[in-house]
Design a protein around this ligand. Structure first.
Ligand SMILES: [Zn+2]
Ligand SMILES: [Zn+2]
Length: 388
């Protein structure tokens, strides 16, 4: 169902909807910030829009204050307040936050801070009242994920080198707490659950890692359910579900109420740990036993180094986060029960390559915007579309 057709714009770089009612949609498209209002007929219609001097790159919206913070390609952050009837966008403040384009912006009402990261590889925080810069930190690479824990004032910064840096922020300085390294690709999305104290990171390496900070045991669980880059992550605390989306259009809803196990470390061996045939670099044993060297593989369940013959079978291992079939050794294959193979996630096709996703937990509405310039609102089984 097409709710409304809007003037053709070249690209939707971002969009966001309210936490409460979806009375309106907020969307960045090239150099414009656009608002659509939901009419009595149930259709969304274009309301106010504002044209910026350069392209918009990121946005943060605070429903309580209706404050829109927009990061721009020229390194500035511009702030607006949306009027109560959503028909007016009142300019509040513009300040130079970065030397290059702003990659992520985050408004924190409790601290009156605007956190931002830029192509100049810096993380900065400004006072949202005065626009004054309070502090800055050099990041290792471009940042594409940013989350903040109000209670402990920790910022989680995910970058293109694949690491997540955890910083403790004070009013005018910050200290490095630790870094998480687990991804082999860029960190593309971060999501923080302040109640369970769990951080989720999504990456271009197709995986999601759940960093259990609250558990205090250093547990990190991998979730493998995407065939392409992970583009967005949302957590629904009431139902304990993690929603992830990928650029292949896949949406995965993970049941986080199950206890998952960490994947084992891969073991090193010069010969198959099952049949003892030498691996190809083990010249001595190959010579002594007149055997051909084999390629090394690893069982995803026990981590043992095995040859291809001893690991010919595949299995899902949902409790280890493998929702797709992976290589397992023959003995592990026999030991996995059908119960253990029961999926712990559901898979959905959004039918477009997703750029951004927004989840509204109280009603269970999911919004996706794609490279096809379409915003999809998914309400239970029905999908509503808005063409940009
Ligand atoms: Zn073998
Ligand atoms: Zn095994």
């Amino acid at each position: 169902m097409i709710l409304s057709t809007l003037p053709d714009l070249a690209n939707v770089s971002n969009f966001l909807a309210t936490k409460f009612s979806f009375e309106f949609l907020l969307c960045l498209a090239l150099r414009t910030i656009r608002v659509w209002l939901k009419r009595d007929s149930g259709q969304y219609w274009p309301s106010v829009f504002h044209t910026m001097p350069v392209a918009c790159s990121c946005m943060s919206f605070n429903p309580e204050t209706r404050r829109i913070s927009v990061g721009l390609e020229n390194g500035t952050v511009s702030e607006f307040v949306l009027s109560e009837d959503y028909n007016q966008m009142i300019p509040a403040r513009t300040f130079q936050a970065h030397q290059g384009g702003v990659t992520v912006v985050l408004f924190v009402l409790e601290m009156e801070w605007i956190l931002s990261t830029g192509q100049d590889k810096s993380f900065t925080w400004h006072c949202s009242e005065s626009g004054q810069q309070l502090g800055t930190y050099r990041t290792t690479a471009w940042v594409s994920g940013l989350q903040f824990d109000v209670e402990t004032r920790h910022a989680f910064v995910g970058d293109h080198s694949g690491q997540v840096t955890i910083l403790k922020l004070e009013q005018d300085n910050c200290s490095l707490v630790t870094t998480f390294k687990g991804h082999t690709g860029n960190v593309t999305a971060l999501c923080w659950d302040p109640v369970q104290r769990v951080l989720f990171s999504g990456s271009s390496d197709h995986s999601i890692i759940m960093w259990d900070i609250g558990g205090r045991k250093g547990t990190a669980i991998e979730l493998q359910g995407h065939n392409d880059k992970v583009q967005g992550l949302c957590y629904a605390p009431h139902t304990r579900q993690l929603i992830s989306c990928g650029s292949d259009g896949g949406i995965v809803i993970w049941n986080m109420d199950v206890t998952r196990q960490e994947t084992p470390e891969w073991l090193d061996s010069d010969s198959c740990q099952k049949c003892e045939q030498p691996f190809f670099w083990n010249f001595k044993q190959m010579w002594d036993s007149k055997k051909i060297g084999l390629r090394q593989h690893h069982c995803r369940k026990c981590g043992q180094a095995v040859c291809g013959k001893c690991s010919s079978k595949r299995s899902t291992i949902p409790l280890m986060g493998f929702e797709f079939e992976v290589r397992v050794c023959d003995s592990c294959h026999d030991s996995i029960t059908d119960e253990e193979r029961a999926p712990t996630a559901t898979f959905h096709d959004s039918k477009h390559s997703i750029i951004h996703m927004q989840y509204e937990p109280t009603r269970g509405w999911l919004l996706t915007s794609g490279t096809d310039k379409i915003i999809r609102v998914i309400i239970k089984e029905s999908i509503f579309e808005i063409e940009i």
